[in-house]
Every structure is written in C-alpha cells, then in structure tokens.
Design a protein around this ligand. Structure first.
Ligand code: COA
Length: 463
C-alpha cells in the first residue's frame, strides 16, 4: 500500500483551529468528523478552549498523548508554519492544510517552506488552499462541505474548492456513491499521481473522477494513470482548456493549465476518459461505476420512438460506434410481441404502441442474448404507459436477466419522466433525460474498454 494509507485510515485526527464558534471553518470540519461517524480518536486543538463539541481540547498537537496520524490545519496561513513544527514533534504523518494565502496569491516561498518543513519531519502535505477530504470506508469526513455523502465506489479528486464542495452536494443529489473525495488545492506536495497510486490499490474504489486545472509532473501522471487505467477507469474534467479558462486557473490555484492538445494526447495515451463538463463526467461515472465492463462492442438500441433512436444512433456514431443488425434469435423473440409494422433493425423500434410488458420482455431478451454486449433503452413518455411503469419493467428485466451486462436508459418527458429517472438511479441503473446522454454514457464504457485493451497489450509483458 502506498504511503497515503495513514491519511485515509488514521488512528487519530487532530483539528487545529477547532473553534467553539459555529461559523468558523475549524468548527465545521470538527463537526463533520464527529457527526459523520469517524471511529478513531478525534482531538480538537485550540489554546483558547478547554473543550469543543463536547471533546477535550488541547493547546497544541504536541500535548496530545496517543497516535495522531493526521493534523487538519485550519488557522490563517501566517500561523501554519508553527503548527507544522509542532505536529512534526508530535510524530504526525500528514498535514491537511485548509488555509488559503499561499502560491495562489504569490506566496510561493511560504508554500515551499511549508513543504520543506513538513518533509523534514517526515510528513506529507495535502493542500494548501483546500476544503479537506472524505474517506467513507472509515466514515471520515474532514471537510467543511456537506456531511452526508453517500458511500460508494467512486473516488473524486478536485483541484477546485468551492466547486468541489458544490459537486459534493451534487453527488448526493445524483445518487453517486463516493469512496473518497479529496480536495487537492495548490498540490504543493500530494498530487493526482500520488492519489491515483493509492486508489489503484484501494479495494473500495473502482472509478476515479478528477477535476483538474493542471498537473505538476505530466510524465509521472501519464505513467501512474496508465497503470491504474488497466484496472479502473479514470475520468478527467480538464478545465482551463481555453485561453480565458487558463488565465482563470492561474489565479485560482496557481496552476499552469498548459497546452490543451498536449493534455488530450497524454490522456489518450494513459487511457484516461477526458470530458468537458461536470454533467458529462457524472453521466460517465454512473455507467462506469454501476455497470459491469462490456465484453464486446455490440450495442442494441430498444426504443418506442424513431426520433429518439436516430438521435442515439448519431451520438453513438460520433463516439465511433456503429450499430450492427441485431442477432436473429433476439429479433425472432421480439417479433412475437410487437406489431408486424415494427422496425427490428438496430434501433429496435417497439413502436409508439409499446407497453410496459414489451419493454420488460425485449430488454430481458436482449440482456440474455450472448451476441449482445450492451443495451441502450430509450423511452418517450406516451399516454399509453407511465414512465414509472416502464422504469419498473426495465429494472425487473435487469434483475431477472442472468448475465450482467451494461445498460443505459433514457426516459424522455416531463416531471413523471424525471421521477422515473430518480427511481432507476436509486437502484443504480444509469438513467438520463435525453437519448444523447444515455448513448454517450454507454459509449464511454466501450471507449474505456478499447483504451484498456490497448494498454494491456502495450504495457503488460507478452501483451
Ligand atoms: N493552534 C490552535 N488554534 C489556534 C492557533 C494555533 N496555533 N492559532 C489560532 N488558533 C485558533 C484561533 O484562536 C481560533 O479559535 P477561536 O475562535 O476559539 O479564537 C481558531 O484557531 C481559528 O483561527 P482564526 O484566526 O479565527 O481563523 P479563521 O477560522 O477565521 O480562518 C482559515 C482560518 C484557515 C479558515 C482562513 O485563514 C482561511 O485561509 N480561509 C480560506 C480557506 C479556503 O478558502 N480554503 C480553500 C478551500 S475552498
């Protein structure tokens, strides 16, 4: 296991700057650590307090007897170096530096000194200029973001603070389960590559999502990302793609956003799925983390609307996927339930008369067919059926089909469609409001499959 093991599973955690004042960041972090249910030792540190949130407070980290592996530092930047020396004396292993006021505002020397002193004491630094981190397997939420993140298998690394906090909330709304959420800020020491090394070996993580403005060491990132991508997909939202965005990134985390073409090439070489928006990233994360890996590229599209089928076909083609004729035995089974005028090429059009039962039968048959690798289901809300009824039929088909196969669903319509999407999302069936998003998300799985095969051939001996 990498050297970050103690960061994610510390024996004890100290929060320096834990105030009694409920509006202060140190107080909010301590509150999240306590209330999210962390089972290790928790030590508030504040010379001005005897207790905070019912816990005995200490005047300095070095006065704590007991193992403190992680020290969260929530005091202003001018006071951080004193805390580093004190935490070093106490034998801490990781500093999580919340304070802003370092490289991002030109204080490069202060940031370098922070890392130099930490290293002298054998400590690693997360941050500075961050909102903290979460690791759900040990119920640790050391952030001043939302408390109740959903536990799951997605690790999320974010260079942006406020956007990261907001996205933490979005993961809850979107039903995306998190193994870890790490704010990296200025990345003075611990960076994306260090974290990818940890998540590569972390049995609780199966997909990694990164919001990135820039990387410090591109070559190392490519090496580490190539290794993890053979096992687990990595999705990157690379911001600062345009000149205007790059300027904003420089004053935000002090990052050099760099040449976008170079990044794109590096991502492709290392098997990273690069996306442009948060929406696209979350869409991908759902198929990648809830579906099994497809064993081939044969996608069948089932729809009740020709137009939705055309839109999905276009999107798949844009993603380099061309629909083939569906297998004959599958077509024969569908023929038994649909009217004679139904078009059973690919997309398979159940027609506007499609009932919930037709969806159930056709989706189940597709999932069970050995010559189909992935199923894209499109439903346009008509007066004949209810979106929730169709969602239930699809879920029943998924549950009953023996083989586990990737599926992606579009439920297109108004409020009822939205509720049906929520229903499927809660059951971890990837569902979207448009055919394009559902198609693009399933195509991401196939793109990842291609990248993975390429990496396995290129990197593994004998491959
Ligand atoms: N050890 C322990 N506690 C100390 C201390 C020390 N050496 N020095 C001061 N403290 C105490 C203070 O007395 C205070 O407690 P009190 O309320 O009981 O008096 C507490 O620590 C916090 O210090 P304070 O000076 O009040 O700072 P603050 O809470 O207002 O702000 C930061 C601290 C780190 C949050 C702030 O400086 C900062 O950088 N904010 C930006 C953070 C940010 O944006 N991060 C990016 C992510 S989005």
């Amino acid at each position: 296991m990498s050297s970050l093991k103690d960061l994610f599973s510390p024996r004890g955690i100290a929060v320096v700057g834990a105030s009694k004042d409920p509006t202060k960041i140190g107080h909010l972090i301590l509150k999240n650590v306590v209330e999210y249910g962390y089972g290790g030792k928790i030590y508030p540190v504040n010379p001005a307090a005897d207790e905070v949130l019912g816990l005995k407070a200490y005047p300095a980290v070095s006065t704590i007897s007991g193992g403190v592996d992680v020290v969260v530092v929530s005091v202003p930047s001018a006071k951080v170096l004193d805390v580093v020396d004190d935490a070093g004396k106490a034998g801490a292993k990781h500093l999580v530096v919340i304070a802003a006021g370092f490289k991002e505002v030109g204080n490069v020397e202060l940031e370098n000194e922070l890392v130099r002193r930490a290293r002298k004491h054998g400590m690693r630094v997360l941050g500075p200029n961050i909102f903290g981190y979460v690791y759900t397997p040990v119920k640790l939420n050391a952030t001043f973001g939302p408390r109740d993140v959903i536990p799951g298998n997605v690790a999320f690394i974010t260079q942006s603070g406020a956007l990261g906090i907001a996205l933490m909330g979005s993961t809850i709304l979107e039903g995306i389960g998190i193994s870890a959420l790490v704010s990296v800020g200025n990345k003075a020491d611990i960076d994306d590559a260090d974290l990818l090394e940890f998540f590569d070996e972390d049995p609780n993580t199966s997909v990694v999502l990164i919001y990135m403005e820039g990387v410090n060491d591109g070559r190392r990132f490519v090496n580490v990302a190539s290794r993890i991508s053979m096992k687990k997909p990595v999705v990157v939202i690379k911001s600062g793609r345009t000149e205007a965005g790059a300027r904003a990134a420089a004053s935000h985390t002090g990052s050099l956003a760099g040449n976008v073409a170079l990044y794109e090439t590096a991502f492709r070489q290392s098997g990273v799925l690069s996306v442009k928006s948060v929406e696209e990233a979350f869409d991908f994360v759902k198929t990648l983390s809830w579906n099994p890996l497809p064993s081939g590229e044969r996608v069948v599209v089932i729809t009740n609307g020709g137009g939705a089928g055309v839109q999905a076909s276009d999107t798949l083609a844009d993603d380099g996927l061309y629909l083939e004729k569906p297998p004959q035995d599958f077509v024969e089974e569908v023929k038994k339930i649909v009217p004679p005028f139904a078009s059973l090429a690919n997309p398979v059009d159940l027609t506007g008369m499609a009932s919930e039962d037709w969806y159930y039968k056709s989706v189940k048959t597709a999932l069970e067919n050995r010559e189909i690798d992935a199923v894209l289901v499109l439903y346009c809300h008509t007066a004949l059926t209810s979106p929730m009824g169709v969602a239930r039929a699809i879920h029943r088909a998924v549950g009953e089909a023996g083989a586990r196969k990737p599926i992606s669903v579009a439920i297109i319509g108004g409020l009822e469609a939205y509720e049906a999407i929520r229903y499927l999302t809660n059951l971890k069936v990837p569902a979207y409001p448009t055919p394009e998003r559902a198609a693009h998300a399933i195509a991401a799985q196939i793109r990842y499959r291609r990248y993975r095969e390429y990496l396995l051939k290129r990197i593994l001996p004998g491959g």
